[in-house]
Write a protein that binds this ligand. Sequence first.
Ligand SMILES: [Zn+2]
Length: 328
Amino acid sequence: MNYEEILRSRGVSVKTTADLSVFIVCPFHDDHDASCSVFKDKGNFHCFGCGETGKFFELMAAIDGVPVRVARREFYEEANVEEVLSNLEHHLLLQDEAVFSVTSFDQDEFHRRFPSVSVHPEALEYAKRRGLSSILIERFDLRWGTRRGSMRNRIIVPVYDEKSRLVAWCGRAIHGEIPKVKKKERTSNVLFGLHELLMIWDRSFLPFNPLIIVEGDFDAEYLQELGYAAVATLGTAGLSPRQLALVLKCAKSVVLCYDNDTGGRKAVEGYVKKDGTIKRGDREKLEELIPTYCLTLPEGKDPNDLPPYQIHRYFGQYRPRARKRRRV
Ligand SMILES: [Zn+2]
């Protein structure tokens, strides 16, 4: 994506330098000197005047005076998702229809029923304590389970499939007295977090190399927050056939990182058996289909239990690389 051109096409005056970035007048403060630098390759910005920093779509939201959600959709969804999904659709059609069907729920109804997590300070605090920024909380559309029903007093984590359809939600208790996670529907046909990756990441990162696969929703969110391409299977049983198809379509290599508690250990063993076959779904060997690495975290730890510096220590080598772009 040519960020410089997008800025110019909106009448923003752009100061170029020989450097990796261009400078514009900052839309976040009363700027007279073009203090805001926009990186040419990724579109991220940083203002040397007011310190505001973020992604390109956040800058565009400020320039256009539209909600971040709208700007994000406009600039990323079309560019990234269309291309990937046109291929993906075809890919999935080649598979068994019955196995791959996805039932979805009405998103507006879901939003009416569960308010944004920000209405509940304690829940918001919990999400932030787990390392999620406001941007991520919005991106993953975290909701609050209010007072009644089986989802009461839980953070509701919606599960969107790769085409932005709401297929399930999980309730995560923020206090110890009720089980940690409760699932509303089957989630085995989606890769949690893939939707968000496709929406946000520059398409030069596709296919992901590698795609990190974890078990839990917050683990995937946390890793994404720290700059990794991570998705979650939301279960201990390994990849379902549809999940496998998605992985093969969207990744060039995978890193399996399942929780290392007892259940997690079982999951890894069940995941790729000793002879290399996948326990559930396809009988093909995962490693024959795609380069596969296993990453084990210290005893009893999930990614979300580790501070950022440790995450980078363990995952640093798996930072996704962008493809080299051809100059036109
Ligand atoms: Zn500024």
